[in-house]
Design a protein around this ligand. Structure first.
Ligand SMILES: Nc1nc2c(ncn2[C@@H]2O[C@H](COP(=O)(O)OP(=O)(O)OP(=O)(O)O)[C@@H](O)[C@H]2O)c(=O)[nH]1
Ligand SMILES: [Mg+2]
Length: 297
């Protein structure tokens, strides 16, 4: 049997379950997830290794109507990604109506569908009954023509393997693109910053999730110790009032965020971590190209 290798990408509205599905396929948490829209802010590659294939999944930000420069940047990432992959998965949750946002995405995808196969994926089937899932598959079929249609649940592990097979079938023949065992090509520093941002997203509402950005300034083994890593990070917000919310009463919220993030970082890196986390205000960074560049956008 010939070995296949190549790229797939998941697109869909914010919150459709793209990152959760990516993690389920890779079998490891490489992308952070949350119930807040626009959790993913860059294209994250996750790698699925099989004897007969190597499938690289590119998880992208949710496609949405942009309201800030950041929003425009996020959409640009999506457009530039799906023109470079071998197969696209269009994700729509089973428990939400197919709406104008999905129709907009379908219109965009139709432009590439001649060259690149597009699979229709109904996600989160554990949140819907059989009839709703069947109706959703029909509704999705209305918006564009798909190479395949498949319902999945990343949380329940339903049909994740089947989806993997469908994606692999669309890859060209070729040798592996990444070393055996690599689950992502994200730098450790980026993964750590994302885990901190994920912890900070927990329990915040309204505009605040969008205003949070995290940078890891330094990661160094503690001098004289080989079992402890010092991580120095900044958590950015856009306004002083937001700083107060993140800090919480006597700094209690920030401490919770820090210890939650530390737990995940220790699990990821397999070492003890001392997390030094400070809040900074970067006024309206989402709308300021100069600050966006400094934050890596
Ligand atoms: N019940 C259930 N919830 C799911 C499933 N997949 C994702 N979710 C939840 O849906 C929410 C959004 O999931 P994400 O994977 O972050 O969605 P996304 O499409 O990557 O979102 P953006 O990065 O913001 O575009 C999270 O709260 C997930 O836990 C699923 O199969 N079942
Ligand atoms: Mg995501």
């Amino acid at each position: 049997m010939n070995h296949r290798s190549g790229f797939a990408c998941f697109v869909g509205r914010p919150n459709a379950g793209k990152s959760t599905l990516t993690n389920a396929l890779v079998g490891s948490k490489i992308a952070i997830t949350s119930s807040k829209p626009q959790t993913t802010r860059h294209a994250i590659r996750g790698i699925v290794h099989r004897d007969d294939a190597q499938l690289v999944i590119v998880d992208t930000p949710g496609l949405h109507r942009p309201r800030t420069v950041l929003g425009e940047r996020l959409n640009d990432i999506v457009y530039s990604t799906w023109s470079e992959v071998d197969v696209v998965g269009f994700c729509v949750p089973a428990n939400e109506k197919v709406g104008p946002g999905d129709k907009f995405i379908a219109n965009e995808l139709r432009k590439i569908a001649k060259r690149t196969p597009v699979l229709g994926i109904v996600t989160k089937t554990d949140l819907a009954n059989r009839q709703q899932i069947a109706d959703q598959l029909l509704a999705l079929q209305e918006v564009m023509e798909f190479a395949e249609l498949i319902p999945v649940s990343a949380s329940a592990g339903f049909q994740v393997k089947q989806l993997e097979d469908l994606l692999v079938q669309r890859l060209p023949e070729g040798p592996p693109l990444y070393p055996d065992g690599d689950l992502t090509d994200e730098p450790e520093q980026t993964l750590v910053a994302e885990l901190i941002r994920e912890a900070a997203l927990e329990g915040v509402r309204d505009e605040l999730p969008h205003s949070i950005a995290v940078t890891v300034e330094e990661m160094l083994p503690r001098e004289g110790r080989d079992d402890l890593l010092d991580v120095h990070a900044f958590l950015y917000v856009e306004r002083p009032s937001q700083k107060g919310i993140i800090l919480g009463h006597k700094g209690e919220r920030l401490r919770t965020v820090g210890s939650e993030a530390r737990r995940h970082i220790e699990a990821l890196l397999g070492t003890k971590v001392y997390l030094d986390l400070h809040i900074k205000v970067a006024k309206d960074w989402q709308r300021d190209p100069k600050q966006l560049r400094r934050l890596g956008f």
